[in-house]
Write a protein that binds this ligand. Structure first.
Ligand SMILES: Cc1cc2nc3c(=O)[nH]c(=O)nc-3n(C[C@H](O)[C@H](O)[C@H](O)COP(=O)(O)O)c2cc1C
Length: 353
């Protein structure tokens, strides 16, 4: 099998993506700390979690917070979900003003709260509407458009092979395929034979998403599908070292000190982004993700999950691996400080104008 160089760059329209590794958008996970860490460990492209078009339209403060972009995240895609062309085009303008490099459209979310509004995977059942959304956005912004989709709504569906080329004709510059049906949610396996078929049908780059859990799997999927890049989701949760491995770097397991240092930085950055109250609940799932995989005893993880005060969590983490302090300082010294990095959104976004 031909070995693919994951550290080779590729393009989505005019945007150069430095590696063939993309960090998946994940709701409740893809905060800035996750995206910046992903970039540091070798992801060539990172993506925000899905942002509600309706939330943007109604100037919901929390939704607008998702449009914050830091200078060390580029290239970055901000993902929108919604189903009406006009408000989606307006939301895409906001994404452009916020400084994203790509606007990504969610045509794959299987969650009922989203699909019942006609958004997410439902759009695969309504190709005319889906194309209308892409066309409206293509007219409204200069940013390249990427679309992320499932194979279809129902099990065994091959709708992505019909809808995908139409979305490209409507103006999409890249497609990401997670070849499970919406009905499957996350059960069964991602069928990357469909990814290979899609690659044959379109003349834009296709990104393969689903079950990329190792360097070997990434290589196999790239070689057998002709996809331009692989996307990693769940396997990168609490495990940025996998990204490094897939990107061709070291395969060694991180030391306890490295794990604690990355987690402490993650906690600090997330508190800065979300505020301590929101961050405290948000972060709980990450403790298991980082400290699991045999890295720390189960009882230690459970102890942290019960705590709410993040400074106490940090204290216990550092006590469990005192050598991490030096690494934390080193990591912190490389984090650009607030004012340098945050591209301020135009005032009108906050003012409702
Ligand atoms: C917790 C979670 C949240 C997700 N949120 C999104 C999302 O906001 N937008 C999206 O396009 N896909 C989302 N996905 C799907 C992932 O991007 C990805 O396509 C899927 O998990 C398959 O890849 P994996 O096997 O590498 O995890 C989510 C997946 C998970 C597990």
């Amino acid at each position: 099998m031909t070995k693919i160089d994951i550290r080779e760059s590729w393009w989505i329209a005019s945007i150069e993506i430095p590696t063939r590794l993309v960090l998946a958008p994940m709701a409740g996970v893809s905060v800035q700390a996750f995206r910046r860490q992903g970039r540091r460990f070798g992801a060539g492209l990172v993506c925000s979690e899905m942002v509600s078009c309706a939330g943007i339209e109604h100037r919901n403060e929390r939704t607008l917070g998702y449009l914050r972009v830091a200078a060390d995240e580029h290239p970055l895609a901000i993902q929108l979900f919604g189903s009406d062309p006009r408000p989606m085009a307006e939301a895409a303008r906001m994404v452009e003003a916020a400084g994203a490099d790509l606007v990504d459209l969610n045509f794959g979310c299987p969650v009922r709260k989203v699909t019942k509004t006609g958004a997410g995977a439902t759009l695969l059942d309504e190709p005319d509407r889906a194309c209308g959304v892409v066309e409206a956005i293509a007219q409204a912004v200069e940013l390249p458009i990427s679309v992320k989709m499932r194979r279809g709504v129902r099990n065994g569906s091959r709708d992505c092979l019909v809808v995908g080329p139409r979305l490209v004709a409507a103006g999409a510059s890249s497609l990401t395929l997670h070849p499970r049906s919406a009905q499957q949610m996350y059960t069964g396996a991602a069928d990357h034979e469909l990814t290979a078929e899609l690659v044959e049908l379109v003349d834009v780059p296709v990104v393969a998403s689903g079950d990329i859990v190792s360097r070997a799997k990434a290589q196999t999927v790239l070689a057998t599908t002709g996809a331009a890049a692989v996307m990693v989701g769940r396997a990168a949760q609490g495990n940025p070292w996998l990204l490094r491995e897939i990107a061709g770097g070291s395969e060694r397991e991180p030391s306890r000190e490295e794990v604690v240092a990355e987690l402490v930085l993650f906690v600090r950055e997330t508190v800065r982004e979300l505020g301590e109250r929101r961050a405290s609940g948000f972060l709980k799932k990450f403790y298991g993700w980082y400290l699991g995989r045999g890295r720390f005893p189960r009882a230690f993880k459970q102890e942290l999950v019960l705590l709410d005060a993040v400074d106490e969590i940090e204290r216990r983490l550092i006590a469990a691996a005192p050598g991490s302090l030096r690494l934390i300082e080193e990591l912190e010294s490389k984090v650009p400080t607030g004012d340098e990095v945050t591209l301020e959104l135009p005032i009108s976004i906050y003012g409702g104008g």
